[in-house]
Design a protein around this ligand. Sequence first.
Ligand code: SF4
Ligand code: MG
Length: 317
Amino acid sequence: MLEFDHLRVEINGRPILRDVTLSVAAGEAVGLVGESGSGKSMTVKSVLRLLPPGARATGTVRFGDTDVHTLDGAGLRRMRSQDVAMVFQDPRATVNPVRTIGDFLTEVLRDQGVSRSDARTRAAGLLADVGVDHVARRLRQRPHELSGGLLQRVVIAAALATSPKLILADEPTTALDVTTQEEVVAILNERRREHGSALLFISHDLELAAAVCDRIAVMYAGEIVEILPADRLHEDARHPYTQALLRSRPGTVAPGERLATVPGSPQSAFDAPAGCVFADRCPQAAGLCRDVRPALLPIDSGLAACHLLPRETPSVA
Ligand code: SF4
Ligand code: MG
């Protein structure tokens, strides 16, 4: 349903995404995981053509049968208002601070063609669905009167109002404390399953992504270095970077923020080595690694890009 095919994004000539090939099937949840600056947000933004000024994208992003790069203004608006919903890290950036929660949700529903008289009732139902209590009071409140966790539930309720085919969630719970994080993610996942919506879930927290998603794609310096089924993460992770993420102990950086630490500093996409993007930090790097770029190839239950991995010779059936 969503397909990135050799997507490359440059900003003023400097690559941010080097080569992203990834698909999300209808109803599937895919986690896009990596340290900050690895290109996760840019990948998500490219779906709705929300790239910053000066950005140039090559390769394709397909949503259903549509090449997103060829959509006109009306097509893009339709996609943004009906087919694809976004949930960002900071719910306060999504909700108008001076309007009530009721007005915010009512407006979303009115945009979907719901009548004025039905919209208020539907808004209450949406809030109840995402586990918000005291619904009548909440509808009258303004964003600053709600905690971050509650407000993120409101944003999720709004995202689900359109029963979107796809939800793009960019670190939706990073700003919340760990317990609230887990509750909010569980609600998002439960409800989107009921609606049949697919999910592209961005996180720097590998374990959290694995708990939510069907498949995990690990990103490093603007490239995807490994893709594997979430339930095989611990058994089948083969890329040295994924293994380093798994070994690293999450340290508490800010309230609720679990940040895995891998020795060395993250590589930026624009001055990555010609060969493997992880070469500067990889404990197993060999001569070939700096010069020859490893391709993302099948291994065990997934795909990984590393020269050290044994490759099966394709058998002729
Ligand atoms: Fe490490 Fe080389 Fe594999 Fe890259 S290709 S991950 S540098 S061993
Ligand atoms: Mg980001």
